[in-house]
Write a protein that binds this ligand. Structure first.
Ligand code: KG4
Ligand code: ZN
Length: 412
């Protein structure tokens, strides 16, 4: 089969009778074709996800996403997916949504262009404003869909197949990447290592997590013991660790390629597979937690004012998003290490992976807080640095009349 099936869920339904504005959001930056409908009942009520649908390219046989196949997939699938979704929700030219949001980048240009073209067409046909959303902003703000608004400044760990970065967000538009990966992303490393461990398919993180979950508790205790690790032939590296025991090590980078090269150099047989899988998760997630600890030592917070430069002052929220953030071992390690001083926000699993709801949420933030919309001349952006979110020159101001027309709010 060409694609992995269509899922559709209904989460919360708005109270009847309120004036609500409706947002239709599309996302196709990688291999997921996604559509979502959201509603905003009033200015001070939070955005509600009404329904969403997703269809995913099946890359199982080829073992990775081929950009041309993804492009073709989106071209073939997205129109029907959105059409069926609109029919289901009685969205038509006579009853259009009030705002259209779509991922503009970063991502694969062929994939992005499918939903961007469709969204432009709908914006023209329905005479509605269009918001071209930065995919990462979608991930970073996604917990808003599950709970109350996040308080700036906050830290966000974005941990996916394409990115692993710790970002400090001081406002909707001010983002500083504090730690980035020097080589591949954590999810990419996990997927490639899992394949070397004999798992089949693509996006192998959940399979690896299940494999480790199914190891008996006393076996895991044995694996965690010093003696076992000392005697084991397989030793994963501790990337970036300073050997000089400085109080504030200065290497603020992630690195996930060394885990892969270690496994490539090691012959994992049936007997050693469980340990190799268990220790891989431990090593990768310990590395992430360790580097975040270094960031706190360097930039200060409630955790270590003594040494820090104060950059993290006022930070008390920590968001963990992206596909890898679904992993319970990572969640537990982060909470154990930093949970006393920080409030962790783990979006529901559905919101951790690519989805259109997060694009709608970020689009509404841009429309309402920045009063901006995209020009119809926007193009897909393959690489889009975070700190250039507003510098592409494709934004125009929303007039008070348009703002009131779309939202139905009384403008203040
Ligand atoms: O954010 P995402 O859905 O897509 C992008 O990369 O944009 O992330 C996908 C990545 C894949 O590498 C997948 O294996 C990994 O997230 N992943 C996980 C888990 N669920 C998804 N990795 C570890 N444990 C999981 N439970
Ligand atoms: Zn993503």
């Amino acid at each position: 089969m060409w694609f992995r099936g269509v899922s559709s869920t209904s989460l919360r339904v708005c109270k009847q009778g309120l004036r609500q504005y409706r947002i239709l959001a599309l996302e196709s930056s990688c291999d997921d074709a996604c559509v979502a409908l959201l509603e905003k009942p009033s200015a001070d009520q939070s955005l509600q996800l009404i329904d969403e649908a997703k269809s995913t390219l099946n890359s199982k046989e080829v073992g990775g996403i081929i950009p041309t196949a993804a492009h073709e997939f989106h071209q073939a699938v997205l129109g029907d997916l959105v059409s069926a979704f609109c029919s289901k929700h009685s969205i038509s030219a006579a009853t259009p949504p009030d705002l259209l949001c779509v991922t503009q980048g970063p991502g694969m240009v062929g994939s992005l262009s499918a939903s961007l073209q469709l969204a432009k067409g709908l914006a023209v046909a329905w005479n509605r404003p269009l918001i071209g959303v930065h995919h990462m902003l979608g991930h970073l703000l996604s917990p808003q869909l599950a709970e109350s608004e996040l308080k700036f400044p906050f830290l966000s760990l974005l941990c996916s197949g394409g990115h692993t970065m710790l970002v400090l967000l001081t406002s909707l538009t001010d983002h500083e990447v504090i730690i980035n990966t020097t080589d591949i992303a954590a999810g990419d490393s996990i997927d490639k290592c899992a394949r070397l461990l004999g798992l089949k398919g693509d996006m192998l993180g959940p399979q690896l997590e299940r494999l480790v979950e199914n190891i008996a508790v006393d076996t895991k205790t044995k694996f965690a013991s010093k003696e076992w690790r000392r005697d084991s032939q397989l030793r994963y590296p501790k990337p970036m660790r300073s050997s000089k025991h400085k109080k504030i090590p200065d290497v603020l980078e992630f690195s996930f390629a060394p885990f892969l090269s270690t496994l490539q150099a090691h012959n994992v047989d049936d007997a050693s597979r469980s340990y190799a899988a268990y220790a891989l998760q431990e090593a990768i997630f310990d590395h992430i937690v360790d580097r975040i600890g270094v960031a706190f030592a360097k930039h200060g917070s409630k955790l270590s004012y003594e040494f820090g430069d104060g950059k993290f002052e006022g930070v008390s929220d920590f968001v963990c998003s992206g596909g890898v953030a679904a992993n319970h071992v990572l969640r537990q390690k982060l909470s154990e290490k930093f949970g006393q001083d920080l409030t962790f926000h783990f979006p529901p699993l559905k919101l951790c992976t690519d989805n259109a709801a997060m694009i709608g949420n970020a689009g509404v933030e841009i429309f309402e807080k920045l009063r901006l919309k995209s020009r119809l001349s926007i193009v897909p952006v393959r690489k889009w640095p975070f700190d250039e979110m507003l510098d592409l020159g494709n934004w125009e101001n929303v007039t008070p009349e348009e703002y009131a027309r779309v939202t139905g709010y009384e403008d203040k």
